[in-house]
Design a protein around this ligand. Structure first.
Ligand SMILES: [Zn+2]
Length: 68
């Protein structure tokens, strides 16, 4: 069965929730593109239990970092 086992590069980003709590998210390039194509990514803050989506600018920054 053609399961790919390539090592995925992951990048961690420091993000801030809408209520100013610091969070860290980790993406792989593939996972990030998958999230994008399914309408995401959606972040979650463990401190105030809020979900939010990154801005287009943030997405551009993530993409650039994952592509390098
Ligand atoms: Zn928060």
């Amino acid at each position: 069965m053609g399961l790919k086992t390539a090592t995925l590069k992951t990048v961690s980003f420091d993000i801030v929730c809408p209520n100013n709590h610091d969070q860290t998210v980790t993406f792989s390039k593939e996972g990030f593109e998958e999230d994008l194509s399914s309408g995401g990514p959606l972040f979650h803050c463990n401190t105030c239990d809020t979900d939010w989506s990154p801005s287009k600018d943030q997405i551009a920054v993530f993409r650039k970092a994952l592509a390098s």
